[in-house]
Design a protein around this ligand. Structure first.
Ligand code: 5GP
Ligand code: MG
Length: 184
């Protein structure tokens, strides 16, 4: 018997592919900003904890004046019939009026987190709101939402590493791995 019923599976996205994806996302963000008329500076809103590593790498490719704000999202998995409850903590987010807001998360899964967060952010009067995610699992979408910038689409597998956790483990891994159950 192992201490954990899950173990690290094979690498799904290696560090070099991650780095290339981060650069592509950054280029898309900069293209959008340059196309935007009428000024307004960038505020990056990073969804902790998962987006911590992605955000740190991403902002170093964004050679424009920007602020970084963080929100905390926690979803409690519901049972088979009720969707899990989502807790968003965003009381520390500064003024967003007139700013170009970029919501950054590790992965777009059911889409519920981004859907809620975007609605809350829009109430604060930003000049624009866009979404950037490193990973997208379109097969899992439960609400209608798309990211403006996606690093990589992945199949419906549970992944860890590069900020993504399983019960708070594995966030520090430099590559993205599949998580496997015992016997798999
Ligand atoms: P959504 O609201 O889109 O369903 O959920 C997004 C959140 O669920 C992500 O921010 C992430 O924390 C978590 N999540 C979704 N899929 C995965 C996955 O494959 N691995 C990990 N570690 N977290 C995931
Ligand atoms: Mg998350």
């Amino acid at each position: 018997m192992s201490a954990h019923p899950f173990h690290l599976g094979p690498v799904l996205v290696g560090r070099r592919h991650i780095a290339a994806a981060v650069r592509r996302v950054a280029e898309g963000i900069l293209d959008d900003l340059h196309a935007e008329a009428g000024g307004g500076e960038l505020t990056v809103v990073s969804v902790l904890n998962g987006a911590l590593v992605f955000t740190a790498d991403l902002v170093r490719h964004l050679d424009v004046p920007l602020r970084i704000e963080t929100v905390r999202a926690r979803s409690y998995r519901g049972d088979a019939t009720t969707p899990g409850d989502l807790a968003l903590r965003m009381e520390d987010v500064g003024a967003l009026a007139g700013r170009h807001v970029l919501l950054v998360d590790d992965i777009l899964d059911t889409g519920r987190t981004m859907h809620r967060l975007r609605a809350e952010i829009r109430q604060r009067g930003p000049a624009s709101v866009r979404i950037a995610v490193l990973l997208d699992k379109p097969a899992r979408r439960a609400v209608e939402i798309e990211a403006d910038h996606v690093g990589l689409e992945i199949p419906d597998v549970f992944v860890v590493g590069y900020g993504l956790d399983h019960e708070e483990r594995f966030r520090n891994l430099p590559d993205i791995h599949e998580l496997r159950g015992d016997g798999a």
